[in-house]
Each structure stands twice: as structure tokens, then as C-alpha cells.
Design a protein around this ligand. Sequence first.
Ligand code: SAH
Ligand code: SF4
Ligand code: F3S
Length: 448
Amino acid sequence: MTQSPAHDPKTFRVKSYGCQMNVYDGERIGELLGARGMTAAGDGEDADLVVLNTCHIREKAAEKVYSDIGRQRRDDGTTPIIAVAGCVAQAEGGEIARRAPSVGVVVGPQAYHRLPELVARAARGETAVDTDMPAISKFDHLPRRPVQPRPSAFLSIQEGCDKFCTYCVVPYTRGAEISRPFGDIVEEARALVEGGAREITLLGQNVNAWTGDDERGHGQGLDGLIRALDALPGLARIRYMTSHPNDMTQGLIDAHRDVPSLMPYLHLPVQSGSTRILKAMNRSHSRESYLEIIERARVARPDIAISGDFIVGFPGETDQDFEDTLSIVRETRYAAAFSFKYSPRPGTPAAEMDDQIAPEVMDERLQRLQALLAQQSQAFNAASVGRTCAIMLERTGRKPGQLIGKSPWLQSVHLDGTGLAIGDLVEVELVSAGPNSLAGRELRKVAA
Ligand code: SAH
Ligand code: SF4
Ligand code: F3S
């Protein structure tokens, strides 16, 4: 395939798949290219460089990359410079360029600060591959974040995973757990707030494993960091995800009771309700210890919304194990959840286990689980009707004049936006609930 233009790309497009950490990385990749004088291509415009920031978590997600690479070919038969970044890049490395020769750059999630140099090599006709996991964090090499107005911003504070759940690729694609330094995070948060962010979501594959030393040299956990960020003037809301049950300290649970800007929402994946399966998954928590954390979280913050992730059809999962998953869902009462069919991933221990579950069994289990979870999120929304709460407006709705924002419990709430703007915090009464969102009635503007 012909690459065009052969050198000096001036415009770019970044497409991110997968988790919110990839969304964050995608933003920083855009900022990095912008700092090198490139501009983002507009909607529908051809870009000289296309960065596909990929996800390897399940087979389907990973396969998407190859169809997307194919779609980059333009009507005249040329292609842009294609850079594959993210977790597929890390997992498959140079193999991607062999399978899809139009790919000019392969760059892993810990090496993307080197993207401009790699793109320059690709522009000279080389295939540039960099899947290093350097000891010095990429964050030390990225440009300062430019001021960009956005009411809600992501901020990665922790990367990688040492947990090695037997089904999961993340420890291999993202590397070992590292925590960004306290001062760097506070500084980035301050810059985001100065740029207009009113809400920050702290991100990490194991965000609650974050540790660091504060400005006085005292060791802190995530709760200490949250308390420091709560003191930033102008920051109204703090969220964090994703947490692992084993790193759920009492300090963090208490922060849900004490810190006004910490939203009453906890994403705490359990994966399965069967302690036997949890052992085989190497989750290092049990059904009971998970339920006990949920109970403590509800004592600290009675209205806290709980969300989770589930895998059905893990190797060896019996009907009884699956019933245990349904029953932990009933006991926990989730406000929201993600559920997946187990997908065997190359190089993970579970892919080699006996007793892989038949696809039709997985389908049936997933349907039953999703029906129950949908029922629960509808019940959660219905129970919110009549409540008064603050909504942070994030985007326009489909109907003219409508604005959509998030409740403290992360529900989408739409309301008549007359006299209001994106970024406003508005106190509303929740007046009705649909399956995916609620309607709110403005009571007063809390802050503009
Ligand atoms: N660090 C987080 C989430 C990581 S990936 C945690 O520990 O919970 C996001 C979700 O993808 C996981 O919670 C899990 O439910 C799902 N997942 C990961 N690997 C999977 C696999 N091989 N098959 C199906 N789902 C998977
Ligand atoms: Fe994957 Fe488990 Fe690590 Fe989560 S804790 S990223 S599921 S290995
Ligand atoms: Fe996917 Fe990598 Fe995130 S595998 S879920 S993009 S950490």
C-alpha cells in the first residue's frame, strides 16, 4: 500500500478504544502531537497520521483493530501513516506490522511519549516499533497539559497491575503497578481546574493501590490524595476508578463519609460470586470479604451507588457457581454494572485451564445476569425519583434546548437548559426515571 503523504505529517486523528485510561492516554497523545506543531483533523477530514489507541482485554476488542486498520485506506488508494498504540501494540508488537503492512508505528502504552520520533521514522518509510517499559515514567516526558475547557476531566494517577488475575492481560500490557508522584498529580489537577474542570476522575487500573508522599514527606494512600484535592478551590467533584477489593482501605471508605467533594459512587468489580471461582481467578478476595466491604461502604455513606464488573463462563464455572454470582448481585444491589463473557487471552493462565465453558452456556448465563443487572439499575433510578441533588451539566441533549449532566450517583439527568450552560452545577429535583436516564427539574443554579 502507498503511504501518503510520505513525510512530515501535519494533521492527526486519535481514536481510543477500551478503558478510560486509554481515553486519557489518547488525550495526552493529541496534546503531545499538538505541542510538536501538528493539528487535529476535523470531523470527516483526512488526517496525515491516524493513531489507533487499542485495547486487548477481550478477543473482540483486539480484533477490531485490524478491521479499523483496513478502513484507513482512502478512496484514492493511499493511506495515512498509521500508528497502533495501546494494549494491542504492547501485546503483539512488530507482529501487527507484519500482519498489516500499512502500519508504520507500533507503540506501547508506556512508550508513547516517543511517538513524534517514531512517526518521523515511519514518514521516512521505516516501520518503527517501541514497546519498551522504561524505568522513567512517560509522564516525565510529556508536555504540560494545555488549558482546554472541559467540565469533567480524567487524570491518570496510577498505572499497571501486579494482581495477575488469571484471565487478564493488563499486567502484561501495562506492566507493573506504579503510582505517579503526589506533587505531579496535584499540579495537573490544579491546571485542569484552572482550565475549567469542575470534576476530576482519578484513574488507575488499580486506582486504590495508589501510594505516595505528600509535600511534607508523609506517606499517603488514595484517601490522603483525595483529601488534598478536595482543598483545591473550584474543584466540586472527585471520582475514582477502578478499585480492587483488596486495596479498599478503611481510610478510603471513611473519605466517602468525610470528604464533601468525593462523590457517592464506588466501582468495585467482583467478577464472580463464587469464592471457588474467585480463587481460580486469583482474585485474592472472597465473596464474603467483598460483601463486607460493601457493607462498610454503606455504613460510611448510606446513599453510595455501587457498580461492578462481572465475567461469566470462567473455566470450570458450574451452574451453582453462576447461581452464586446471581445471588451476590441480589445481595449487593448494583446501581450499574458491566458484564462480559469470559474471553481466553493468549499468555494468560486461564486460557490453558481445563473445563472451558461452551459458548451457548455463556450466552445463556450472560443474558440472565444482564437481565438482573438491568432490573437493578432501573430500580436504583426509580428510587432516585423525588430526590434533590446537584447535576453537573456536561453536554447538549437530543431535544432542542436540552442539557444533560450527571448526578452524584453518575446517572445521566436531562433537563431544560434555558439560561444554563455546560459546566454549570444545578440543583434539581429528579422527577422521572427511564431505563438509561432521569429527568430533572431545575431548582437553582449552585455555581456557574
Ligand atoms: N483493574 C480492573 C479492571 C480491568 S479490565 C479490575 O481489576 O477490576 C475491566 C474488566 O474487564 C474486568 O473487570 C473484567 O470484568 C473484564 N475482563 C478482563 N479480562 C477479561 C477476559 N479475559 N474476558 C472477559 N472479561 C474480562
Ligand atoms: Fe486485570 Fe485483575 Fe489487574 Fe484488574 S486486578 S487489571 S482484572 S489482573
Ligand atoms: Fe483495554 Fe488496556 Fe484498558 S487492555 S481495558 S486498554 S488497560
